[in-house]
Write a protein that binds this ligand. Structure first.
Ligand code: NAD
Length: 415
């Protein structure tokens, strides 16, 4: 490519996920370079800059229209995801957008179709799948260890986002419908609506749920305008049945436990810190696996998502955690909300909405670099190795030659 053989990133939003994951992981990736960060609250961008030595810019456009940026991480509140993602795609950038990918299915469809029409990459930050216990579980399920899956129970709950977000306190955007669209069900439930289909290889097709605001108050002491608890029953496309709960009122330790029940036994994920994957078989056999940990808000584990996105760009492959899967997870959340509102079991709208897409590129852009040979991808498991607690490191921007050398070395390693 005309550019250096590394992927040059812009970051939109300098909040917690950008600080703890995107910027940190990209700063440690030798094939990525952080070029610019923007946040309307400049002090946040400046703080991120002080950790990762990324120039701060003064507007969204300074990232979207920057010809020296190849890819953008969209790390803003949910309400901005679709608008910014589409603008970046149209400006010729590949986009790694945080979850939930959008605040409605029309916008999510537009994001996917715009990326497709323009030949750009779109990946959604659904990092649960790359966590070691979940990778191990997928392998065991594919091997049929617990037989044919019949039912599951999955939960994702913690004490709420008001201590995580950089908008700390009851005024956080996470609590406001106009910014977030949905509460714990979109923050945490959507992760499980993504994880379960990925683990089982089927889609969620029907949902019944109760979604409520039970405890959280906003800065005025009034109940927040989104949900803080959701209890759902789901049906998969092959008839598997399951329960999903999402909560922002699980005070104390985080609950990210999934149990999958099959004809030959059960598999428990994330319950036992020493053995995050446990298998109890019908014949009495017990298998326990020491994998890496499930990340929590307080104990962060390298997600592997930014690294994977960099590889997808350099190797020119379709991101495995793509827009369509993100769309289906959002569609399941939408069906759960609809079920609560109507008191009925609702179908999940897994097909893209019939939207019109204006995909005229805002600017022409050089194709991404082709590697010497189509690289054989390493299994994502390797990428997901828990991060050594490296302090946010200063990364000298590699000189062009060094970068080329690194890319060549990587190609050789992958051959
Ligand atoms: N994948 C995960 O596990 C995970 C975890 C946490 C958050 N998230 C997602 O990441 C996104 C950000 O969450 P967070 O926890 O970092 O929130 P946060 O409140 O800590 O940060 C969001 C930042 O975005 C900034 N912002 C608002 N509008 C912007 C704009 N137009 N351009 C640039 N920046 C803008 C805000 O000023 C704020 O600093 C959300 O969509 C959230 O759901 C994902």
């Amino acid at each position: 490519m005309a550019k250096e053989e590394l992927v040059r990133f812009g970051i939109l939003g300098a909040g917690s996920i950008a600080l703890f994951r995107h910027a940190l992981e990209l700063s440690q990736n030798p094939y990525a370079k952080l070029v610019a960060v923007y946040d309307p609250i400049k002090s946040r961008a400046e703080y991120l800059s002080s950790l990762y030595h990324v120039p701060v810019v003064d507007s969204e456009e300074a990232i979207i229209n920057n010809k020296n940026i190849d890819a953008v991480c969209v790390c803003t509140p949910n309400s901005e995801h679709a608008r910014l993602t589409i603008a970046c795609l149209k400006a010729g950038k590949d986009v790694l957008c945080e979850k939930p990918m959008a605040t409605n299915l029309e916008d999510a469809s537009k994001m996917i179709l715009t990326a497709e029409k323009l030949g750009r990459k779109l990946m959604i930050g659904h990092n649960q799948c790359l966590m070691s216990p979940h990778l191990k579980a997928k392998k065991l399920l594919q091997e049929g260890v617990i037989g044919k899956v019949m039912t599951f129970r999955t939960a994702f709950g913690h004490g709420g986002p008001e201590t995580w977000s950089q908008d700390k306190g009851p005024h956080t955007w996470f609590f406001k419908k106009e910014k977030a669209y949905v509460g714990c069900m979109g923050d945490l439930g959507v992760h499980k609506c993504y994880l379960i289909p990925w683990l089982l290889g089927t889609d969620i097709v029907e949902a019944a749920s109760f979604v409520a605001t039970m405890d959280k108050k906003n800065e005025k002491g009034k109940p927040i305008t989104v949900d803080d608890n959701a209890v759902c029953i789901l049906k998969m496309s092959d008839g598997v049945l399951g329960q999903l709960t999402a909560s922002w009122t699980y005070y104390g330790p985080e609950d990210n436990i999934t149990t999958i029940y099959g004809t030959e036994g059960r598999m428990i994920l994330g319950a036992n810190p020493d053995y995050p994957v446990e298998v109890y078989l019908k014949n009495g056999e017990v298998q326990k696996y020491k994998t890496g940990a499930v990340a929590t808000n307080t104990v962060q584990v390298k997600s592997g998502i930014p690294d994977l996105f960099v590889d997808c760009i350099l190797d020119d492959i379709k991101p495995p955690f793509d827009g369509i899967k993100g769309y289906k997870a959002l569609a399941a959340v939408v069906a759960c909300l609809e079920s609560n509102d109507t008191g009925k079991i609702c179908k999940v709208h897994n097909e893209l909405m019939p939207v019109k897409v204006d995909a005229a590129p805002a600017a022409k852009k050089a194709a991404p670099a082709k590697k010497a040979a189509p690289a054989k991808k390493a299994a994502p498991a390797k990428k997901a190795a828990p991060a050594k607690k490296a302090a946010p490191a200063k990364k000298a921007a590699p000189a062009k030659k060094t970068a080329k050398k690194a890319a060549a070395k990587k190609t050789a390693k992958k051959k």
